[in-house]
Unconditional design. Structure first.
Length: 328
């Protein structure tokens, strides 16, 4: 009952905050731009589904002639829709900013803004085996039990997938658990899914007991979760050098080719495609996402804003968006 009450109170606060901010935002932009219209398509990380739905609903109330089509997928899979399938979209928002740098710039996009963070946790449900025993110190022992099922996302399509492996490798290296990575990767492969949010149905149906997930997704879906030490959760920027001591290979753009990715703190990135069909609306919506209003929505949903942030592409950032960046 307390949980339901807290949820209702939070929902009311979000609605009031959003309505208030929408009125203020409309007042601010009335003198800056003409009435926007048309459709934009956004390819985005699965972990951005809830905040982007809230932001798009708010934006469309301000601009009722705008239609926003949201399409969630693993971030690497989203980029391949552009590079391999030739699909058109206006905005790409990735759970890992390096995907935009590596797969889209310079052929498909010119710039990349880092805008949000996150951290790895272990999600579960009340009926999970050993739910009354699991904690920060024994979670890996419980997930490796023969009668426990755990899920993770595909490292070749989703950043959460390779971040799960990096987390396990950090555990092995810094907590002296030789061979534990091999054990994790060999176990429960049938529960690997294209993106981390695909695992929610498995946890809700009790098909799996635990999953590697972002803290924001666990919070948004009211999942209990185990917080991991900063030394392995890929959250702390002060531990960047430590994270970088582990690596993982993922599939490259061509068969038989691989990319080596090193551990680093989680950073989300966003860009507008060079051939965006509705550039003006896309620019306005990215401005909305990066604004204080957008930061509030991200924070409410468990994703800390990193704006303003340094970018290697400062010279190519649209003037309207440079206020959200710092020049490296």
């Amino acid at each position: 009952m307390k949980t339901v009450l807290k949820f209702l109170v939070l929902a009311v606060l979000i609605i009031n905050l959003t309505n208030c901010n929408n009125r203020q935002y409309r007042k601010e932009i009335n003198n800056e731009t003409s009435q926007l219209s048309g459709k934009i398509i956004i390819f985005h990380a699965g972990s951005l589904t809830v905040p982007f739905r809230m932001l798009s609903d708010s934006f469309q109330k301000i601009y009722p002639q705008v239609k926003i089509q949201l399409e969630a997928a693993g971030s690497a899979a989203s980029a391949r829709k552009i590079t391999e399938l030739g699909r058109k979209c206006d905005i790409m928002a990735s759970a890992d900013y390096t995907i935009i740098n590596r797969m889209l710039i310079p052929d498909y996009a010119d710039w990349n803004i880092k805008f949000a963070g996150n951290e790895m946790v272990i999600g579960y449900h009340e009926q999970s085996r050993y739910a009354d025993q699991i904690n920060e110190n024994n979670w890996y022992e419980i997930l490796l039990k023969d009668n426990v099922n755990y899920g993770r996302s595909d490292p070749n399509s989703d950043p959460c997938g390779y971040r799960s492996i990096l987390t396990i490798k950090l555990l092995e290296k810094y907590y002296n658990k030789p061979g534990i990575t091999e054990k994790f990767l060999a176990k429960d492969q049938r529960f690997i899914r294209p993106k981390e949010t695909d695992l929610l149905a498995l946890i809700e149906s009790n098909t799996i007991d635990y999953l590697f997930i972002y803290s924001s997704v666990a919070k948004q879906h009211k999942l209990p979760y185990i917080k991991l030490p900063d030394t392995i959760n890929l959250k702390d920027f002060d531990l960047s050098k430590l994270y970088k001591t582990v690596e993982v290979n993922i599939a490259g753009e061509k068969p038989g080719k691989f990319h080596t990715l090193y551990g680093e703190p989680m950073v989300y990135g966003i860009t507008i495609l060079n051939d965006a069909p509705n550039y003006e609306v896309a620019l306005a919506f990215v401005d909305f996402i990066l604004s204080e209003r957008g930061a509030e929505v991200l924070e409410i949903n468990g994703q800390p804003s990193l704006v303003p942030s340094y970018t290697e592409t400062f010279e190519n950032i649209p003037e309207k968006l440079k206020k959200y960046t710092l020049n490296e």
